[in-house]
Write a protein that binds this ligand. Structure first.
Ligand SMILES: Cc1cc2nc3c(=O)[nH]c(=O)nc-3n(C[C@H](O)[C@H](O)[C@H](O)COP(=O)(O)OP(=O)(O)OC[C@H]3O[C@@H](n4cnc5c(N)ncnc54)[C@H](O)[C@@H]3O)c2cc1C
Length: 347
């Protein structure tokens, strides 16, 4: 039983491999917990996943609550939620963070609803701060500031939950930084015994098919992304040429995805992937806040746009005011010539 106040993270795993987003949240929880003296706790459900628990400790957790049971081998809403609800009622965490993945989005509302504590989805930042409630005439100390775009991204809302616990939030993969793994870190792996109820097994998994996407947006060092400023699928193919030349991946705005030029797995932004490449080339993308939320942490941004007032040009490190149909072929030609010169020099 833990005595200290704690920040919990729901640890997602598939076949014993911990999801990146869970480790990212452990890293952020560590940063939030240290000034407050709180404990960072991972809640891990699975079967024979002890090594995953150790991985969570290596990434910054003090303790892992490990529910190991054959019934928990694969994610199912009710058994997983049962473990979380039982343990949260018993141990009263201050904060409970969940990855904004398909399973996390399924799990978090059920747990929040059972605990009657509220939930903020898709936070883009988490901070600790004091909140002065004029209505209640008092100041609440050390609340979780749950920060996320609201009203279609036209404002950034800071949401607090002064009156119920835990303060629950989901955060999408890639928003928080991945902490380094430290093999010398030690922590406690504490077994918890699930207290299932009969109704928890309403759903039975008959078979499982794992589909691996070949799109590696999140880890790409270079992303060449296109938006509605690209005029057709043929012009979109130029992005692939440029990405290949730079050893990168193709990204897209939602407008380009909606136009059917490229699959949804390439979408960058609030409802797509969050990326931090070394170089992000935004071709014909206006820079709506929902797109910027997914790429504005890129080390270097090059924007190509015909409109000199486009928001993307305002955040870019290098701005090219021009037509993508003209600029992209020029860049591709220059890169090809350079690589030919280089080859001739080395022959
Ligand atoms: C809840 C919500 C979630 C959303 N999530 C996302 C998300 O995850 N990702 C995302 O991208 N969007 C998202 N959106 C949509 C977002 O608001 C924008 O509509 C979208 O990003 C616009 O895409 P775009 O910049 O390609 O298109 P536009 O805004 O139409 O911009 C096209 C740009 O191309 C320029 N242009 C036109 N012709 C040329 C040319 N020949 N050469 C160069 N430039 C040219 C124009 O000047 C313009 O700046 C979301 C919206 C909502 C409400």
């Amino acid at each position: 039983m833990t005595e200290r106040q704690s920040i919990w993270v729901f640890i997602e795993q598939v076949d014993g491999r911990v999801a990146d987003v869970s480790l990212e949240l452990i890293g952020r929880a560590r940063e939030l917990a240290d000034p407050l003296g709180y404990e960072v706790v991972g809640l891990l459900c699975g079967h024979e996943v002890e090594e995953a628990a150790r991985d969570v400790i290596r990434h910054g957790a003090d303790r892992v609550l490990l529910a190991d049971d054959a019934e928990l081998a694969s994610y199912r809403t009710l058994p997983y939620a049962r473990v979380a609800i039982t343990e949260a009622r018993r141990r009263q965490p201050e904060i409970f963070l969940v990855g904004g993945t398909p399973n996390g989005r399924d799990f978090a509302p059920r747990v929040a609803s059972a605990l009657r504590c509220g939930l903020t989805a898709d936070c883009t930042d988490l901070q600790i701060g004091d909140y002065e409630s004029r209505r209640e005439g008092k100041t609440f100390r050390n609340l979780l500031f749950q920060i996320r775009p609201a009203f279609g991204g036209n404002l950034v809302a800071t949401i607090v939950n002064p009156n119920s616990r835990p303060q629950m939030a989901t955060v999408r993969e890639g928003v928080m930084r991945m902490p380094a793994s430290d093999a010398s870190r030690t922590g406690v792996v504490e077994a918890v015994v699930p207290e299932f109820e009969l109704g928890d097994f309403a759903l039975e998994i008959l078979s499982r098919q794992v589909r691996h996407s070949t799109v590696k947006l999140k880890d790409a060092p270079v992303i060449v992304a296109g938006g509605a400023g690209i005029s057709d699928a043929e012009e979109f193919a130029l992005l692939r040429d440029l990405a290949n030349l730079l050893g990168g991946e193709v990204g897209a705005s939602r407008a380009a995805v909606d136009a059917g030029w490229i699959g949804r797995e390439h979408q960058v932004g609030q409802t797509g992937t969050t990326v931090r490449p070394r170089l992000y080339i935004a071709a014909g993308i206006s820079g709506a806040i929902q797109h910027r939320a997914g790429m504005d942490q890129s080390s270097k941004i090059i924007a190509i746009n015909t409109d000199p007032t486009a928001p993307m040009l305002q955040i870019a490190h290098y701005r090219i005011v021009g037509d993508v149909g003209e600029v992209l072929p020029m860049i591709i030609k220059a890169l090809r010539e350079r690589s030919m010169d280089h080859r001739e020099e080395t022959e």
